[in-house]
Design a protein around this ligand. Sequence first.
Ligand code: SGN
Ligand code: CA
Length: 557
Amino acid sequence: MNKIFALLLVGLIFTETAKAEMDSLVSNQEKGRPNIIFIMSDDHAYQAISAYDDRLIHTPNIDRIAKSGMLFSNACVTNSICAPSRATILTGKHSHLNGKTDNHFPFDTTMVTFPQLLKANGYQTAMFGKLHFGNNPKGFDQFKILPGQGAYYNPTFITKNEGTIEVEGYVTDLITDFTLDWLENERKDEEPFFLMYLHKAPHREWLPAERHIEEFSKKTFPEPVTLFDDYSGRGAAAKEAEMNLLTHMNWSGDSKLYPEVMDQLGIPDASGWDKGAFEREVGRMNAKQRANWDKVFAPMNASFVKSYPSMNEVDQMKWRYQRYMQDYLGTIAAVDENVGRVLDYLEENGLMENTIIVYTSDQGFYLGEHGWFDKRFVYDESFKTPLMISWPGKIQPESKSDEMVQNLDFAQTFLEAASIEAPSDMQGESLMPLLTGQSDKWNRDAVYYHYYEYPSVHMVKRHYAIVTKEYKLIHFYYDVDEWELYDRKNDPKEMKNVYGDPAYTTVKKKLHGELEGLRIKYGDSSQISQQLLERYLKEVEDTHGSFVRSYKKVGNE
Ligand code: SGN
Ligand code: CA
């Protein structure tokens, strides 16, 4: 009798515990609480992902996300620069409202970010990699982030629990090691998780991992048709930007000539930080890393010394394009391999089932189009950004969307996926209808853009714009007052400003009206732009005086 009673009791306790555990798992699923992994690289152009375009590089692992989910061909940002893009992602607000208009000011930590809301609602949260906010992320149980831009070799990390640490190795591998370590050792099965896995690569100065240097140094890449763009047909902004491969790229820092080779050839340090950029990055290597570097770059420098005297500008431009692509794409090889490590881990540990996986970049990037590198402009290569999202069972594999979605939309998308009500002042749209095949519930046909960081490195003028699938209307302001209009269908390379073309009078009028409508909708105005400009000039005057002194003119927005 006693025995039977004991058995019954054990059975009851077991059932109750198991039931409680089941309940919590079931309730997670019932509440539709998926895990979310947000993978973002820094400056990763969609032209350098084979799911979009396989002419430059194969990225089989990143492509796995597109194959099992949805690929967006018209995803874009609200402000094409690093920290502002991240602030928009985390707050779900345009730059003029979240305050992070440029890379100079630290992020306002009183802003509500969606990870804080996820955490408050039972999500485990972790961030590894590049944030670039000038302060630590809020709402994260765990983080290891790079200070500022971070370094490629033997980088320093700011950590939540161990202070600042310096770690031997290659940044893309290390960020992944931290991520996998957290998934394996800190994550608890009972609660859903939100993970931000944020690569520094392929940001300038584009240092590939040791294992990829030689392989990529031997490749030759197809040139974009606009490599030798002379910017005729557009206004002052394109002509005056300082991001041309021939005239504004650093010889040593970017193209990897040794500083002493610049001296030997009499090439001046025109940017003032050319040789310093090389020392800052290559100078961090340990003896073994440096030996692997020199194995490839010593012969490259020696052959350049021989060929340079007979190179004309066209030859130099072609050489610099190839060098740029070899290094930029070399860094992406490591990103792709490491994304593969994470996807393999999820598959092997049964974590694919209820997990949303996003791959994106903080903005697009020029890979020689218009003769440029860098970003900032609302022109397509930097305005658009790669985006693919998988969620087994919810998102149709190999699906595609050409809707105008923005980095502004992530916060509300993730909150909806987690069944959490979004704060009413967030300005995006949840992508859930698009992801789940209910595109009739999606009715956005135009997006708003505003770039602020000027005067600054690369000298891309302040501008705001409306973009639809068919057209792009842009206003460059401050030290110019110029409008540009592009016909995206008939001029996809954006070589001809048709603002003054009478054939577009009706289109122009309609777009002006819609642009004003968007500015009202999102709460932007000339007065706000003026205040932000004054705040910027005051700050920049203190820290970057030389930029402002030659450009200080009255605003004319
Ligand atoms: C650095 C780069 C620039 C780049 C900005 C912003 N120069 O200043 O080319 O535009 O970062 O990049 S570097 O020689 O110092 O690398 S962002 O991704 O952080 O916005
Ligand atoms: Ca960036």
